[in-house]
Write a protein that binds this ligand. Structure first.
Ligand code: NAP
Length: 369
């Protein structure tokens, strides 16, 4: 018979997990159910349900059970809640939202060797995971976690990995940026843009950015050489350089035009707003994915012919080497993220509403007691 714990009993049990000797244990004899924020259907923040009776699943050999301390709210969370990706997620409802996490290892699968029970870890789930991190006990593959630097709080650690891995994928894996190159980040005030600036600065690049006026000081302090308010009328003439790579986190027509025009021949333009998911949502996977591929190929050919540049849709991917480098930069104080608002997980609806209505521009983090 499955034992059901009341919420507080489960918390007490979780603490006792971390004080147990460092060996694989059947954590399910200690905690079988936990709290989680469920998404039973797509809609506004009101559809989110905080439940106490969510089963903690069996761990696969490569998986880690993390006792959550903090999760951050990413645009993907609010977009998924509203129906983005429904072509994939609709049949899988109810699902648990959340990508980013910081917490403690509560249990490990049989083939996990790099992490031990009780260690403080942080990381991010890949974009298509259906059991997300808005839960007392989250399950992540070993390669999507790293040890949390001691100097960084759970709150800040939870605000970094998804955004930084997205920036890493674009700059390091796609553009292969190198020391001395000129990089433009469009949308440098946001979490991905700000991470990208810091990654490029750490790689020895010269970084320019467009951002909201309020972000300019923070961005220059992080090492960007130029920060231009995106509401200026003449952005293109203010940014005089030609760039080796442009990361466009906004990805609308005007920012695409700006980024493409400011690239050198042979440069790389990367947008985070690829159309594969939105077209699949509108037309179904069978028609949407081929349509997206056709649009991408057309743009790639068009820009290669007209400007001599490479055009990419870039996406967050799990990357253990990237996460290890991100961790090192965090530890060295070279990769930081300001958190604008911290709320308890019980106020998850409020957090989503704050982001939807743009009442809070910076990062919102949900804490677990
Ligand atoms: N493809 C992927 O795998 C992937 C992964 C992560 C994120 N994303 C997407 O990338 C986008 C950014 O994510 P995020 O986490 O960085 O979001 P975020 O933290 O909410 O940042 C968005 C920022 O964009 C700025 N902005 C808005 N319009 C702008 C413009 N025309 N020019 C320059 N800056 C502008 C805003 O600055 P102000 O506040 O100053 O107005 C805001 O700070 C989101 O749309 C997200 O869904 C995609």
């Amino acid at each position: 018979m499955r034992m059901l714990f009341r919420r507080n009993a489960a918390f007490g049990a979780a603490h006792s997990i971390s004080s147990l000797p460092n060996k694989r244990i059947d954590y399910r004899c200690i905690v079988t159910t936990c709290r989680a924020v469920l998404l039973p259907r797509f809609g506004g923040p009101e559809v989110l349900e905080l439940r106490n009776d969510i089963i903690v699943p069996d761990l696969k050999p490569n998986e880690v059970l993390v006792r959550t301390r903090a999760v951050s709210v990413n645009p993907l969370d609010t977009r998924m809640r509203a129906g983005y990706g429904k072509s994939i997620f609709q049949p899988l409802l109810p699902l648990i939202l959340g990508r980013d996490i910081s917490g403690e290892v509560a249990a490990i699968g049989s083939s996990v060797h790099s992490l031990h029970i009780g260690q403080e870890v942080f990381g991010a789930l890949h974009p298509t995971a259906i059991r997300g991190t808005y839960t007392d006990y989250a399950v992540l593959p070993e390669n999507e976690l790293a040890l949390k630097p001691e100097s960084v709080s759970h709150v800040e650690a939870s605000a970094i990995p998804f955004a930084a891995l997205t920036a890493w994928r674009a700059l390091k894996s796609t553009a292969r940026i190198a020391k001395g190159q000129n990089i433009l980040v469009i949308g440098g005030g946001g979490a991905v843009g700000f991470s990208a600036i810091q990654l490029a600065v750490a790689a020895g690049c010269h970084v320019s950015t467009t951002c909201g006026g309020e972000s300019i000081d923070r961005i220059l302090e992080a090492g960007a050489e130029q920060a231009v308010d995106y509401t200026s009328l003449d952005i293109e003439t203010k940014i005089e350089k030609q760039f080796d790579a442009v990361l466009d986190t906004i990805g609308v027509r005007e920012t695409e035009r700006l980024g493409i025009n400011l690239l050198k021949r042979g440069g790389k333009y990367m947008t985070l707003q690829g159309e594969a998911a939105s077209l699949s949502d509108s037309y179904g996977l069978v028609f949407g994915l081929p349509a997206a591929t056709a649009i991408l190929l057309k743009k790639q050919m068009q820009y290669r012919y007209s400007h001599g540049i490479d055009y990419y849709w870039t996406y967050m991917r799990a990357d253990d080497e990237g996460l290890a480098e991100i961790r090192k930069l965090m530890e060295a104080g070279k990769l930081k993220m300001e958190v604008e608002k911290i709320l308890p997980i019980t106020e998850v609806k409020q957090a989503h509403e704050d982001k939807d209505k743009r009442r809070v521009i910076g990062k919102v983090v949900l804490e677990f007691d």
